[in-house]
Unconditional design. Structure first.
Length: 165
């Protein structure tokens, strides 16, 4: 009983995601790749970037940095698992034009630098610069609400709100 009274940890249920990239926010159905547009990996939004820097959209922990540096996975404090996938078919670049600033296990805060990327290289050598931001464990979420469309600013504009039970 004392453990119940004094051992309770604060449980964060709802987390607001801020834009990880400056650019134009669009719904996933606008992404020219069925894996994302048909929400096969989960729900979220996409941003067509106007600059080549991605920052953390939440306070959390880096759970994956892809060897090709084109994607990063973050676990938010409420358990939401977030994938930031920079561009489409960018895995084939094998890291060309990408520089990461974090590694697995790092704790991050909103606005911390994650990865820089060369938009010109992506425009020339990949399918698209559009960047899906996906909640990969959407099936476990109580709710997911898009908060922005149009112009968004990295680290400042709320783009998604995700609630877990």
């Amino acid at each position: 009983m004392l453990k119940k009274l004094f051992g309770k940890k604060e449980v964060i249920k709802t987390v607001q995601l801020f834009a990880p990239i400056t650019g134009n926010a669009v719904t996933l159905d606008k992404v020219p790749d069925p894996v994302f547009s048909e929400k096969m990996m989960g729900d979220g939004i996409a941003i067509d970037p106007t600059e080549g820097l991605a920052v953390s959209p939440v306070d959390g922990e880096i759970v994956q940095v892809f060897p090709t540096k084109h994607a990063i996975g973050i676990r938010a404090k409420n358990g939401a698992e977030i994938l930031i996938h920079i561009g489409l078919e960018t895995v084939s670049l094998n890291g060309e034009g990408f520089e990461t600033f974090v590694k697995e296990g790092d704790k991050v805060k909103v606005g911390d630098k994650l990865v820089s990327f060369d938009l010109d290289i992506i425009k020339t050598k990949a399918k698209s610069t559009i960047t899906p931001i996906i909640i990969t464990n959407t099936d476990q979420a109580a709710s997911l609400e898009a908060k922005a469309q149009g112009q968004v600013e990295k680290g400042n504009t709320p783009v998604l709100e995700v609630t877990f039970n």
